[in-house]
Ligand binder design. Structure first.
Ligand code: NOJ
Ligand code: NOJ
Length: 526
């Protein structure tokens, strides 16, 4: 799969900047611009897609050499006929052009607001960097969080490198401890946006539902955690404290998303743009008042959940945003995989940590996969453990151009493979697997034998080894299934026709390539 991954990197690079007709540093979601009736107009730059793409590219250049994907780098080297240092220079320049492009976008007033009033959560812009004024599901609050997460690792890299110009570069372009919100300080601005507005409703990553979304909360929380670390490193302790207060507040509402009757995390809760925002903004730095607001938010979520808003479709809320959350909260490089401190479940405070080994997470993945049983002809009567093409959610109608019947998506199929790889590496590092009521059916399926709750397998044990192997094998089956539907030179669109397996929706979707690349990188035994 290494060769295919390298191909994916090259496909990504051809969707960024002037080579695809976009401003320097801007990632185009897809070059599709309705040149045919069956191709939608995706010739825009989405904040979410772009951030995810650059986060994926870090794996080619920014990770410590021990975990960097050598094969990927060498493919690019060959393509560019350059030496190893040149690859790094190439990527660093590309990444700086991304940061510069985002600094400009942040200053463009748009229908979601401007730099200070929520405009960073505008979902998409034209590829020349101007605001898109048409109707759209906006704002989408995962965007600024994902962008901060894409840039923060580079800030740490620069701080480690430590040249005076690097430090100046950070102050000018990423984070200046002496400025709160001001043009150019991309990460600081994003962190302030997330910290101020996270509790307000927004559209989900599929741009369809206004409300409160687990994916959005999880990436917001992660961005603020990482933001607090960066702030601390830059001696901005006040900001770090403020971000960590928000982290705690977000943590406090996550339990609302666990559905203990159905054994999975639901993806969202209905809501509208009315969440105590004025009170919230006025008091965001006053801890006491904050507590009341958290309580208010909790009550509001409780209420919304029990009512299921009228404008919300009836849905199981089992959604590909769940594997995607796990993928984007848990780093893909094996060397960085987090080892859970306690019992692979909740931490000492009973907090939801969303590790790939958490029984609630595995149970959610299992139920998400099974929700596609019998839905798509192309999966035939295969057992799911032999790899199915998976969609966004079973009730989806978006066929890639309009509304009819939706199809499976590459990113969803890749994300489930990646979760299994992450689980594999984490279990191996933790050294044991504890079987619970929640996870026994999952393990029974992938081990093809009846597994009972209460079992505990430890390193060296035959079952443990078998389980570890099975996780990798099942992941591979999903990636192999995806590969069946690639076109010609490894091209991937957004969707795959549920009946005949032809590619559907936007062609050469940048995110499809990024998701394949990170899945392969998460694979333990390359
Ligand atoms: C385009 C959006 O990007 C997609 O996510 C959505 O499903 C369709 N519009 C239909 O609303
Ligand atoms: C539609 C997807 O639903 C959304 O998540 C994505 O950002 C856009 N397409 C662009 O790829």
């Amino acid at each position: 799969m290494v060769a295919e991954r390298d191909l994916a990197v090259n496909k990504i690079l051809s969707n960024i900047g002037p080579i695809v007709g976009a401003k320097d540093g801007l990632v185009v979601a897809s070059p599709s611009h309705r040149e045919r009736d069956d191709l939608p107009d995706y010739y825009f730059t989405w904040t979410r897609d772009s951030a995810l793409v650059f986060s994926a590219l870090h794996q080619v250049w920014l990770l410590p050499t021990s975990s960097r994907s050598h094969a990927s780098s060498s493919a690019i080297l060959k393509a560019n006929n350059a030496g190893p240092d040149k690859t790094f220079i190439l990527f660093e320049n590309l990444f700086r052009s991304y940061i510069a492009s985002q600094a400009t976008l942040q200053t463009i007033a748009n229908p979601s607001g401007d730099l200070r009033t929520g405009g960073l959560s505008e979902p998409k812009f034209y590829v020349n960097g101007s605001a898109f004024l048409g109707d759209w599901g906006r704002p989408q609050r995962d965007g600024p969080a994902l962008r901060a997460l894409a840039i923060i690792p580079y800030a740490h890299y620069l701080l480690d490198r430590g040249y005076p110009p690097d430090e100046q570069y950070i102050r000018d372009n990423i984070y200046d401890p002496n400025k709160i919100v001001s043009p150019g300080k991309v990460v600081k601005n994003d962190l302030e946006e997330v910290a101020q507005f996270w509790a307000e409703a927004s559209f989900d990553l599929w741009e369809e539902l206004d409300g409160y979304h687990l994916f959005t909360y999880l990436v917001s929380k992660k961005a603020l955690e990482e933001g607090a670390k960066l702030a601390t490193r830059l001696n901005d302790s006040g900001a770090a404290e403020y971000y960590l207060e928000q982290v705690e507040a977000i943590q406090g509402i996550l339990e609302q998303f666990w559905d203990g009757d159905r054994y999975y995390y639901i993806s969202g809760i209905p809501g509208q743009h009315r969440l105590a925002s004025d009170v919230f903004k006025a008091s965001h730095n006053q801890v006491e008042k904050r507590k009341n607001i958290d309580l208010e938010l909790e009550l509001e979520l409780e209420l919304a959940k029990s009512k299921r808003g009228d404008d919300w479709p009836d849905r199981e809320l089992l959604d590909c945003s769940l594997p995607l959350s796990i993928v984007h909260l848990n780093p893909s490089s094996a060397s960085e995989v987090y080892v859970s401190r306690k019992g692979q479940s909740l931490d000492e405070n009973g907090d939801h940590l969303f590790h790939p080994t958490d029984p609630r997470v595995l149970s959610t993945m299992y139920r998400y996969v099974l929700s596609f049983r019998g839905l798509y002809d192309i999966n035939g009567d295969k057992n799911w453990t032999n790899g199915w093409m998976l969609g966004r959610y079973q009730e989806d109608l978006y066929d890639g151009v309009g509304k009819s019947k939706a199809n499976p998506w590459f990113i969803c199929t890749h994300s489930i493979a990646q979760v299994f790889y992450l689980a594999q590496t984490s279990f191996e590092a933790t050294g044991f697997i504890q079987i619970s009521n929640l996870t026994a059916p999952f393990w029974s399926d992938i081990l093809h034998e009846r597994i009972t709750p209460g079992d505990r397998w430890t390193q060296g044990n035959h079952r443990f080894k078998k389980a570890i192997r099975a996780l990798g094998d099942v992941g591979d089956e999903f990636l192999e299934t995806s590969r069946v539907y690639w076109d010609g030179e490894g091209a991937m669109s957004e969707q795959v026709d549920r009946n005949n397996g032809h590619q559907r929706g936007a062609r050469d979707l940048t995110w499809s390539y990024a998701s394949f690349m990170t899945a392969v990188n998460a694979r333990g035994n390359l």
